[in-house]
Design a binder for this molecule. Structure first.
Ligand code: GDP
Length: 452
């Protein structure tokens, strides 16, 4: 174990609550437990006990439940002491101060998980999954983060590494016999093996889009002319009055952003300023903002007043809209006969609804989920929450593999190919965190919360 000092932190949010949890890890845990709870012998590991916590002066600070986990079978791999006290911030603070007085140090953000990583309890992709899990905003994000936390991604990478090392071994076996070449059949098989690793990397890099969907939500823009019912649709989706609904065209001059859950997806819905030609100064600004937002949107809900002739959209907006990313909401169906749709709007997926009464809302929701599913076009079971660090290492890995394939096919010396494949194996090691890099660890763990 690399760390000998004992660290402590409040693991629950500060403020009043039913319970506050204080976590301690390091060599002093057992001693602290025995002294603070005046025990004659070490507490049974992994056993919840009830006891009075006494500070160094002997005063009882609180009656608490505590558990001692003995390393290496603990979160950090070292001894861990968890103390659940009453959720009064004053009690938690006094407990924490007493722990510092007993020789602990206040932990840095992410330091518990950093120790777990350094002590081999998890690889770096799992440590990152802890963070993803804490910050997940949707059921799907939780599901994917959980899989990653159990080490799925790490195992897949290990498998790739073994495949590449097997190829390196085969190639190197021939380096010692310069007069012999790899038989063509075997060479073909090895190139295929490298290609399959390359394809896997490509899939993971491409799934970055999915990770962004899960992390930030699917950016969904409600578009349409003033008075089409955009704000009413947003309210209908949210289930409460949030956007200002008004008869006067041009009320949503800026834009409104809300999150909703749809079939486990987090949807970031944005209601925008209505698009129309004859707009005044402020409204023009709103329209410019809408046009800007179309560039980063994943999904569009184009709302039209179904009783009126369909509008002509500004060119900058209509070029962003396709049959794959836009649902046409023919609104105000409660008012009677709907106008026929001109081309190209008739090519869009259409939902007829009344944002006022909510009729048609369920069809709109399922259409949106189907479109998101189709958009991803990935086997979602395979996916991980790709982050910038993974992408960079996987791109480097892909480059090594591409170059190895090129050189292998061109009949370059086997040493070359083998050394490129070794570079690829190192890139895999970097994703898993098996290469020392203190700076990278500092950056990664500093984004964690204290106590995790
Ligand atoms: P926005 O400017 O596109 O955001 O439109 P609003 O949501 O503010 O709605 C404009 C007007 O149309 C308001 O008076 C709404 O009550 C009305 N409205 C919106 N949706 C419907 C609908 O489905 N049916 C009817 N009859 N009126 C609606």
């Amino acid at each position: 174990m690399e760390n000998t000092d004992t660290i402590a932190a409040l693991a629950t949010p500060s403020g009043e609550s039913a319970i506050a949890l204080i976590r301690v890890t390091g060599a002093l845990c057992e001693k602290i437990a025995m002294e603070a709870f005046t025990l004659a012998k070490s507490p049974a590991p992994r056993h919840a006990s009830y006891g009075s916590y006494r500070d160094l002066s002997g005063e009882i600070l609180d009656d608490v439940v505590y558990i001692l986990f003995r390393g290496p079978k603990s979160y950090t791999g070292e001894d861990v002491l968890e103390v659940s006290c009453h959720g009064n911030p004053l009690i938690a603070t006094r407990l924490l101060e007493d722990l510092l007085a007993r020789g602990c140090r206040q932990s840095d953000p992410g330091e518990f998980t950093r120790r777990a990583f350094l002590n081999g309890r998890m690889d770096l992709t799992q440590a990152e999954a802890v963070m993803e899990l804490i910050q997940a905003r949707s059921d799907r994000a939780i599901r994917v983060a959980n899989k990653q936390l159990r080490g799925n991604f790490g195992r897949q990478l290990d498998e790739l590494k073994m495949r590449l090392l097997a190829t390196v071994a085969t190639i190197e076996a021939y380096i010692d016999f310069p007069d012999e070449d790899l038989p063509p059949e075997q060479k073909k098989a090895e190139i295929e093996a490298i290609r399959s690793v390359l394809a896997f990397c490509g899939r993971i890099i491409d799934s970055g889009k999915y990770a962004a969907f899960l992390r930030d939500g699917v950016k969904t823009l409600i578009l349409g002319e003033p008075n089409a019912g955009k704000s009413s649709l947003l309210n209908c989706l949210l289930g409460f009055e949030r956007a200002i609904v008004s008869d006067e065209p041009g009320t949503t001059r800026d834009f409104i952003r809300e999150r909703i859950m749809l079939d486990g997806y987090c949807i970031q819905v944005m209601d925008t300023a209505g698009l129309r030609e004859a707009a005044n100064g402020i409204e023009q600004q709103g329209i410019r903002k809408t046009v800007e937002l179309t560039e980063e949107a994943d999904l569009f809900l184009l709302v039209i007043d179904g009783t009126l002739p369909a509008p002509t959209l500004p060119e900058e907006v209509s070029r962003q809209i396709t049959a794959d990313n836009c649902i046409l909401v023919q609104n105000k169906a409660d008012l009677g006969a709907l106008q026929p749709l001109p081309s190209p709007l008739d090519g869009l997926r259409r939902v007829t609804m009344s944002a006022l009464s909510g009729t048609g809302l369920e069809s709109l929701k399922s259409a949106a989920v189907e479109m998101i599913d189709a958009h991803l076009a990935q086997d979602q079971d395979d996916l991980i929450l790709v982050n910038a660090r993974h992408s960079a290492a996987l791109k480097e890995l892909s480059e090594c593999l591409e170059s190895a394939i090129r050189n292998f096919e061109a009949g370059e010396p086997a040493e070359f190919v083998a050394s490129e494949l070794r570079g690829a194996v190192e890139a895999i090691g970097r994703v898993l965190g098996r290469i020392d890099n203190e700076d990278m660890l500092d950056v990664l763990f500093s984004s964690f919360c204290i106590g995790k």
